[in-house]
Structure formats: C-alpha cells, structure tokens
Design a protein around this ligand. Structure first.
Ligand SMILES: Cc1cc2nc3c(=O)[nH]c(=O)nc-3n(C[C@H](O)[C@H](O)[C@H](O)COP(=O)(O)O)c2cc1C
Length: 340
C-alpha cells in the first residue's frame, strides 16, 4: 500500500486509527469502539507478538526459482491464501462521512477480487452494515459473516445473504462477547453445538458452505466439525472480545493438528505481511484473514488501495517462499519454522 493511501487514511480516520508504522495494538489499547483491542489490549498485542516470535529457517541452496502462491480453499481459487476479514461499521465507527459503509465494503470486495483474493463482510447494529454488505455481495463474490442473533433475526439475515449467492456463509460465534453490541442493547449469547448444528443444516439445505469464526481451542474446533462446519477461523476477533487471550499463532498448531483435513482452517490476528502469511501456513492454516490493514487500505485508497495491499502481500509471500525453499502452498510445512 502506498504512503499516499496511508496518509489519506490517517486523515479520514480522524484519530480513530493512527495508522501506525506497525499495526500492533499498542497505541489504541482499550479503544473499542474504534480500532483497538479490548481493555488492556493484550489479546490484540499477543496476536502480533506471537507471530513476531515465530522465526524462519532461511535456505537458498535449492532449485525453487518461482514459487506459486495460488491455492484452492473451500472451492475458491485464490491467487494468494489471504482474504479480507469481515469488518463492519467502519463508516460510523471510524470515518463519519468521509467514506460511506457502501463505498467501504464495495472497495474491500472489489479490491480483493481485482487482486485474486476474496473479501468478507461484517454485521452488527445499525442495519446499514448488512444493507451495505448485501449490496456489495450482489456485485462481487464474497463471504458474509452474520452474528449469532437470537430468534428470527438470525434466519432473516441468513436468507438475505444467501440470496446473494456468496462463496460461503460465516458466523462470528465469538460476537457473544462483544461490548459494542452490549452497549447498543443487543447482546448475543454463546451457542451450543446443537444450536450451531441447526444453523449449519439450514445453510447446507440451501446448498451453501458454512464457516465458524472465533475458535481458540481444539475442543471448539472439534465441536465445529461435529456441528457440520465446512471451515473454521481461528480468531480472537482481533483482541476485541476477551482480554488476555493468547495470540492466534500460539493456539493454531494444536487446533490444526486436531481438525485439519476435516474442514478448512483459516486464521486471523496480527497478519500484516506476506511473511506473516507464510508463518501462519507453516503453523497449520489453509489461508489467513487480514483485518485492520485492509480497513486502512480501503479507507485510504478504496478499491485500488485494497488491490495494491493484496498485490504487495502476494509479492512478499512469493519472496518469503523463495527464501524458505517452498515451491507451492502445499509445500509449506512446519519444517520452515526455526526451533532452537
Ligand atoms: C473495527 C473492527 C470491526 C470488526 N467487525 C467485525 C464483524 O463485523 N464481524 C466479524 O466477524 N469480525 C469483525 N472484526 C474482527 C475481524 O474480522 C478480525 O477477526 C480481526 O480484525 C483480525 O485481526 P487483525 O485486525 O489484527 O488482522 C472487526 C474488527 C475490527 C477491528
């Protein structure tokens, strides 16, 4: 992403996001609503530091000359195993009138498509978040994430997004802990495996795939398999749900060892560069989701900003694969991670 987009984003985000040189949650601790992590911000910072603590075995004596960053996950052909994470409510949370929710989410999905990636859409209160998401999903391919609402609102929203023929449907089950919803008088509660199974069966009946977002333990991953999920996102919601969670890069290997091969394993939290993508794949993910940096790219540079960001991620991943001797995504293994 060019510095121009970043300075435009800094101006447009008017103090809600400082667009720091490294997006690590230190400057914005406790800023929820806003871009920060909850309370002390430890979970957000842990995501970034967990990835920074993973170091790589550089190797240059091999015959890998031009690594292939493309892959197929849940039937999606991706030029790079990195998607835009669902982020809803940017227009009222962060930028006020500079970038509307419609323009924002259209830029995320359009920019991802332009770069050979896929964008996800978010959900929340007020309703213009889902309105903007459904508009964008009618123009571009994407994955909508719905909150685990109680009663008929859940099924109404599922119907609305499924009518757009998305690539898959997701649910951020960890939204049960969101203080932003609580503050708006719309708390949601955790889901039992039986309740989740019912929702997934409803989505499968319409011929669509289902992804469960907010998995931080092998036990919850097993429950997602038991409920019939097609994918999970290992995620602590960017540190916005529960303070003092471990970084996702720390919990990922055990979760992947438990369920990989039975469903697609996505992960998010602190992924900023192509090298971070490589690390998450080496730790067991099939693909990553990227949150805040895509948000900054969209606010600062709209479709072009998002597309440029994913092109940079692709180039960085290719270079990192070259220097770790990985010719393809399938060839990325835990062996490239340095162990003392
Ligand atoms: C401002 C903001 C809004 C978010 N809104 C949603 C949402 O609507 N649905 C959702 O599943 N996750 C939401 N998330 C979480 C992201 O999808 C993702 O899990 C997180 O940002 C990943 O961490 P990263 O930002 O460090 O990459 C939101 C995150 C932020 C920062």
């Amino acid at each position: 992403m060019s510095d121009d987009y970043r300075s435009i984003a800094r101006e447009r985000m008017k103090g809600f996001c400082r667009v720091c040189p490294v997006c690590d949650g230190r400057a914005c601790s406790g800023e929820v609503p806003g871009m920060g992590g909850l309370t002390t911000g430890a979970s957000f910072r842990n995501n970034v530091s967990a990835l920074a603590n993973v170091t790589l075995n550089m190797t240059v004596l091999h015959d890998v000359k031009s690594p292939d960053t493309s892959t197929k996950v849940l039937g999606m052909e991706l030029k790079v195993p990195a998607l835009a994470a669902p982020i809803g409510g940017v227009s009222f949370n962060m930028t006020k009138e500079d970038v509307s929710e419609d323009a924002y989410i259209d830029a995320v999905l359009g920019g991802c498509a332009q770069a050979g990636s896929v964008g996800c859409t978010g959900d929340g209160v007020p309703p213009f978040i889902i309105d903007a998401a459904t508009k964008a999903l009618k123009t571009h391919k994407g994955i909508p994430f719905i909150k685990p609402w109680e009663g008929k609102e859940l099924y109404e929203k599922l119907d609305r997004v499924m009518d757009c023929n998305p690539l898959a449907v997701g649910m951020d089950v960890d939204a049960a802990g969101l203080v932003t919803l609580r503050k708006m008088g719309r708390p949601v509660t955790p889901m039992s495996t039986a309740e989740l199974r019912q929702v997934i069966a409803y989505v499968h009946k319409k011929g669509q795939k289902f992804i469960v977002k907010g998995i931080m333990t092998p036990q919850d991953a097993e429950k997602s398999v038991a409920a019939g999920a097609d994918g999970i996102v290992v995620s602590n919601h960017g540190g916005r749900i529960l303070d003092h969670c471990p970084g996702t890069a720390v919990v990922l290997p055990r979760i992947a060892a438990a369920v990989r091969g039975r469903l697609a394993v996505f992960v998010d939290g602190g992924v900023r560069t192509g090298v971070d993508v490589l690390k998450m794949l080496a730790l067991g993910a099939d693909a990553v989701l990227i949150g805040r940096p895509v948000c900054v790219a969209a606010i600062g540079g709209l479709t072009e900003g998002v597309s440029a960001y994913f092109t940079t991620i692709t180039q960085q991943l290719s270079q990192a694969m070259l220097l770790t001797g990985c010719s393809s995504i399938d060839n990325i293994s835990p062996e490239i991670v340095y162990c003392a």
